[in-house]
Ligand binder design. Structure first.
Ligand code: HEC
Length: 273
């Protein structure tokens, strides 16, 4: 067993990492740069283009049934988009599963539109330099229509409660070559890695901040990114096998964060570094 595989070893590792990377003047400078950018942009989040594209995709008939997604039930009834993201993931009786927005969209494409969703599943998220994927655009559109909605994930169905428990378990599960869990980086308040603030996802405030700001336009990449992508990217930071879009592991983590975020107000698509 290497040193990093015992608990205190991993913490010492993190502390050393932080100490090395977190010179205060660098942190302040980094914050300034992004604050300045946000100010410059004012209300003009470039996500607006992705949102428009998403709306167009939502309304365009496609698939063997040649229908649009407009009758897709995102949890608040067929065709109701407003506020839907603030209550996802949730249990869907037709799919007999708890689904997040990405899994639900794929389900509707397949069952309502009669589409072969393999293309969407093979590449749900953009690579650097891409224009954005269909899934990203649709999620941006739904997020935009959920702005100001209060986060309130249902927890009545046993499967929803189960997802929360699974999410909690994964959140604290230490794995990978560094023996990190999500909690290693996200269960203390006011911590940073490099220039990035690390929200404490175990508190209502921290989870609320994170949950309500995704999907987000990432300035550094010039792309809109979804919460599913964020999970995949953090899984990579943890050196885990890659999380798949719409998988139970992702849905469980989103449920854990979303339930912890209860009462926060949706503000996505946000602007991130
Ligand atoms: C090695 C440390 C590390 C681990 C482990 C880690 N993350 Fe992260 N996480 C980060 C960093 C750094 C950022 C900010 C990245 C950026 O700004 O680009 C972040 C960002 C996030 C965000 C977005 C926060 C926001 O306000 O925008 C969420 C949500 C998140 N992580 C969830 C998780 C989950 C769930 C796990 C476990 C699967 C996890 N993270 C594991 C370091 C980590």
């Amino acid at each position: 067993m290497t040193k990093l595989h015992n608990n205190s070893g991993a913490l010492v590792g993190i502390a050393a990492l932080c100490a090395a990377l977190l010179a205060p003047q660098v942190v302040a400078q980094g914050d300034d740069v992004f604050a300045e950018y946000r100010e410059m942009m004012g209300d003009e989040n470039p996500a607006i283009f992705t949102i428009e594209e998403g709306q167009e995709l939502w309304e365009t008939p496609m698939g063997s049934k040649n229908v649009s997604l407009e009758q897709c039930d995102l949890g608040l009834g067929p065709g109701v988009v407003d506020g839907a993201l603030a209550q996802l993931p949730r249990y869907f009786d037709d799919a007999k599963a708890v689904q997040d927005v990405e899994a639900r969209l794929i389900y509707c494409m397949e069952t309502q539109q009669g589409r072969d969703v393999i293309d969407v599943l093979v590449k749900p998220y953009s690579a650097a330099g891409d224009q954005g994927t269909e899934l990203e655009a649709l999620v941006a559109f739904i997020a935009d229509r959920s702005i100001d909605a209060v986060v309130n994930l249902p927890q009545d169905h046993p499967e929803e409660q189960n997802m929360y428990k699974k999410g909690e378990e994964i959140f604290y599960y230490r794995a990978g070559p560094h023996d990190f869990s999500c909690a290693t980086c996200h269960s203390q308040t006011d911590k940073r890695i490099r220039l990035q603030a690390l929200p404490n996802l175990t508190t209502n405030e921290g989870a609320g901040f994170a949950f309500t700001s995704w999907p987000a336009y990432r300035i550094s990449e010039g792309l809109l990114r979804t919460m599913g992508w964020r999970m995949q990217s953090c899984g990579r930071q943890q050196r885990l096998p890659q999380f798949q879009s719409g998988s139970d592991a992702v849905i469980a983590l989103e449920t854990f964060m979303g339930v912890n975020a209860k009462g926060a107000v949706m503000a996505a698509p946000g602007l991130k570094r």
